[in-house]
Design a binder for this molecule. Structure first.
Ligand code: ZN
Length: 512
């Protein structure tokens, strides 16, 4: 996932003109940078007892930024710079920056600063409490946090857009222009497209995975992670790889984009694929046009587009047979035990489909159902048809209905993800939207550059990355998600390409 520090845009005022505005917003970006480092430290290096002080600093930075965002000075700048005459003199980048700032200002200006501070504080405390609650399998402790965050999120959403459904406002904050209705439509199409495949695969013999279990040292896994990141073109002068409980990417693009992974010493594959995933997020940010630094546009345009890039590298490239034809020797070099495992067996293992309990461990196909379940549950939490205390039961029911499996404990169920404890309601759909977008990008790439199998067979990874950089990465926030899709593929959101990709791929692997 991508980790954003919850910091709002700030601004002061009085000084005139774009130059003064740029100087002013630079201070907000500097605060965001500091918040990024504190957040990264909390997850990677911080001693346990450092949490209180870290949370206090993050809360302060976020509150100060927020105050500057809604200050009269900010309004002064925007009033001055958004006149027709001023806009006509601005560069395309400055113009976009001002437009986005105006949009953000209009959204947050009616949020009382105390309400914002309260939400940030509850989110930080809840996230911290969840770590203990998850290990203790204790859902009860989290009930008041969830209830308060849902109430606060609704209140904030009503301040942003009083006339709009609060859940739509939350979705819009991760994916501009997205609504629950649009998502529901496209997710239904996706679900109907993949369920027959999962059904057909379930009738085939189960893939025996035991030869992949063994002893895999962290050091060797880290070395392989570095090898693969080099293959991807990740720039270590503008990033680093660390270890955290849950893998994430965090950064100040394009010059400092950090990723983390987690090592399972009994199986090297989970970390390998999390590195491909986070590496995909990181490439997006490392390729953002450096001219966008200091404009608030030097970040991915939306969570869905971000996920499309991580999933492109993790699944479309990282689970492709031809990619491994060229790079399997690197795995064998780091793990001599893999000498006895054929490339074909490895390929089948990384594409084996089997319903499971944990989203992050799910295969490429069933993963989408994990996301659809979360979307349906959080929508129900927000429209009041589901109460927090009934969440574990509803979770179990949906898992059973969609995947045929039910968790035996909260840790494998409702407490597995950090999103809800972190107050990130409306984020989950991004994952499946990312899969859908990635299918659209794949279809267009193949139209323009030929089959991806051929490109990977000839080890032309650079050509694929260059295409993604050209159409998606470099633009950062200069284009909205729908503009990226429209300009690149000439269509709107469409689930058909990814369904076609799944159908062809799994029909071949499983002989359906
Ligand atoms: Zn991700």
């Amino acid at each position: 996932m991508i980790k954003y520090t919850k910091i709002f845009y700030e601004s002061r005022g009085r000084m005139k003109g774009i130059q003064a505005f740029r100087e002013y917003t630079k201070k907000i970006e500097d605060m965001r940078h500091a918040a990024m480092i504190i957040s990264w430290d909390m997850e990677t290096k911080m001693p346990k007892n450092g949490a209180e002080a870290h949370i206090a600093s993050l809360t302060l930075l976020s509150s100060e930024s927020f105050k500057m965002m809604v200050a009269d000075e900010m309004k002064g700048y925007l009033d001055e710079l958004t006149t027709e005459e001023s806009m006509s003199k601005l560069t395309a980048i400055d113009k976009k920056m001002i437009e986005n700032m105006k949009e953000s200002y209009d959204e947050v200006k009616n949020i009382p600063p105390e309400l914002h501070t309260r939400l940030v504080e509850v989110q930080s405390r809840s996230q911290h409490a969840w770590k203990t609650a998850k290990h203790a399998n204790d859902f009860e402790t989290m009930i008041p946090y969830f209830e308060e965050m849902i109430a606060l999120s609704k209140e904030v959403s009503r301040c942003i857009k009083p006339e709009q459904d609060p859940y739509d406002t939350l979705l819009d904050s991760y994916e501009k222009g997205m609504t629950a209705e649009k998502i529901s439509r496209v997710f239904t199409e996706l679900r109907d497209g993949i369920q027959p495949l999962i059904e057909a695969i379930s009738k085939k013999p189960r893939y025996d995975d035991c030869k992949f279990k063994g002893e895999y040292s962290k050091e060797a896994q880290k070395a392989l992670a570095h090898d693969i990141l080099h293959v991807m073109g990740y720039n270590f002068d503008s990033g680093r790889l660390d270890e955290s409980e849950h893998p994430f990417t965090i950064g100040d693009a394009p010059h400092d984009v950090r990723i983390t992974t987690n090592y399972d010493v009994t199986d090297m594959r989970p970390s390998l694929f999390s590195v491909l995933h986070e590496g995909g997020h990181a490439l997006y940010e490392q390729h953002i046009n450096p001219l966008l630094v200091g404009t608030f546009l030097n970040r991915g345009t939306s969570m869905g587009i971000h996920e499309s890039q991580s999933r492109f590298y993790e699944n479309i490239i990282g689970r492709n047979k031809y990619f491994w034809e060229n790079h399997y020797h690197q795995v064998v070099k780091r793990f001599p035990a893999y000498k006895d495992i054929s490339l074909d067996a490895f390929y089948k293992s990384i594409n084996s489909v089997e319903p499971s309990l944990i989203r992050v461990d799910a295969d490429e196909l069933t993963y989408n159902l994990h996301v659809i379940i979360r979307f349906e549950l959080e929508r129900a939490l927000f429209d009041g048809t589901l109460s927090v205390k009934d969440l574990p039961q509803a979770w179990g029911d949906k898992m059973k209905a969609y995947l045929g499996v039910e968790p035996g404990c909260h840790k494998d169920g409702v407490l597995q993800d950090m999103h809800w404890p972190n107050g990130m309601f409306g984020y989950f759909p991004s994952y499946a939207l990312g899969n859908i977008y990635s299918g659209q990008f794949l279809m267009q790439l193949e139209k323009e550059r030929g089959s991806i199998d051929e490109l990977l067979k000839e080890d032309k990874m650079g050509q694929i990355t260059e295409w993604l950089e050209h159409h998606i990465h470099q633009h950062g926030g200069m284009k909205k998600p729908i503009e990226i899709i429209q300009d690149t593929c000439g269509t709107g959101l469409d689930a058909k390409p990814i369904i076609k990709y799944y159908t062809e791929k799994y029909t071949a692997i499983y002989g359906l």
